[in-house]
Design a protein around this ligand. Sequence first.
Ligand code: ADP
Ligand code: ZN
Length: 603
Amino acid sequence: MSEQSLEVLSRVFGYDAFRGPQQRVVDHVVAGGDALVLMPTGGGKSLCYQVPALLREGVGVVVSPLIALMQDQVDALTALGVRAGFLNSSQDPDERRAVEQAFLAEELDLIYVAPESLGGGESRTARLLERGRIALFAIDEAHCVAQWGHDFRPDYLALSMLHEKWPDVPRIALTATATPRTHAEISTRLQLDDALHVVAGFDRPNIQYRIAPKNEPRKQLLDLLRTEHPGDAGVVYCLSRASVETTADFLVKNGIPALAYHAGMDQRTRAANQSRFLREDGLVMVATIAFGMGIDKPDVRFVAHLDLPKSVEGYYQETGRAGRDGLPSTAWLAYGLADVVQQRKMIDGSDGDAAHRRVLTGQLDAMLALCETVDCRRVRLLAHFGQESTPCGNCDTCLVPPETWDGTIPAQKLLSTVLRLQRERGQSFGAGQSIDILLGKRTEKVTQHGHDQLSTFGIGSDLTEQQWRGVVRQLLAQGLLAVQGEYGTLALNEASGPVLRRERDVPMRREPERVARGRTQRAAKAAVDLAPAAAPAFERLRAWRAATAKEQGVPAYVVFHDATLRQIATEEPADVAALGTINGVGAAKLERYGEGVLAALAG
Ligand code: ADP
Ligand code: ZN
């Protein structure tokens, strides 16, 4: 059986070995077993059901919530010579009938359907499935069944009926969400307790994690794009629709080809922008987190966050969209005092019960701990998913270890200013006012309230305003200070007392100046290095790919991935046979593109 699956892997997909747990899953499903696969983005989940679908009798049914991407998925499979189709609401009746016919005649290897179209078993699609022969069910983005998760979709709950209706058809559920809680919920809801459970390593060694203090975020972003990622495709996440628009405009004005994406835009523009991002090389998508689930563009070279994600899970998912192809990529986040104030405020103001607010607070605290850590970011990140690791050498804290300093005295000064405002004046203010008081600034707002009479006035001139903002941010992050009310003013909490009474120390993180661009050994290993001599050939191949993709109306990566083009440019295969040995060149692509590639390579 292993031989058969390896034969399909090599002939159809052009790869010569399975990765990680793929083989185990494939063999299990081919033999008719159920599986639950938790694997990071880019880990290679698709092959886990595509190969078994090709080996088993009948058609593989893929349940996917990502209707907008079904066409691309089918195109990518068609380019490999796999017979695939989809059924969804965007189709016209003729198209739909053709796919239905092909399904019944078993002229398809894979068919993609939306979860809602199964409609608990009574819909047209469900009746169609009953009349055909099914090789397996693949339930993609299976975390959508988790009610506590951020992508919950009620339609997924009904998928438990697959098991009842087709007890003999193997099911494989897949997700990139790794928390034990989600894992357990998928298993129960989809009745997969007896299935093969595979939890792959969640490390993404080719992603370099960096979290920078936020000063002038747009300028910092522009600097990152210009110096480290010129011409690269990437995603920039912003919290609000307004900042998506202004950031996209800012980038365009500065010569960066950027597009916007958020839920407030009209459907057509949004879809058009998404499709351009997938199809064209080197575009930057500025988006809210509405953008991204299932975007399987392999060559996203960076993911930048201009605002703080609400949870480590969210951060991991969003940054995980970078570097699916295994080549070095950057995850960059700018984070500052205002982020902490805003998010604490949002949680306080959110409706819902106290228990829910506690969950949100816990999630934010974990995210803040990741931002403020002086240890390896990756070790922290993986620990969040229950995985142990050693310092990675490919994150900002490993590359330029931040110093810690004893912030106890400044913490006391700040807290006692807040205390005095609260106690002596019965007032509360935002961080700016306390900082002005400490710095001894006689601003209008300071003199007007007589705050220059407070005993803490001017006792903080040993630090700069920037440093004070860092102190407030870290106190908030460490939970030693609270924010309250609709203006997010500062207030003491139970944890502030021990600091004021000198019963505890407050270690703080000193921001390193700037992280030098570091390509580490670990990241480089994952990549096929491109020697300078191979660069012109790589560019010729890219140009050929762009033209070919355009002609065929498919995304460039459907033709070949960057990693494949790099290897071709480096190894310079002399003929079609040699080209066929390159990773990612299967039989169908060799036949279709072989001559074209060799011509482009020859120049
Ligand atoms: P996921 O769905 O888990 O995010 P994909 O299935 O899209 O990941 O695979 C990520 C990338 O890795 C794709 O470009 C895919 O072609 C490639 N890939 C997957 N398995 C292998 C393998 N065994 N050998 C080489 N490349 C692989
Ligand atoms: Zn590290």
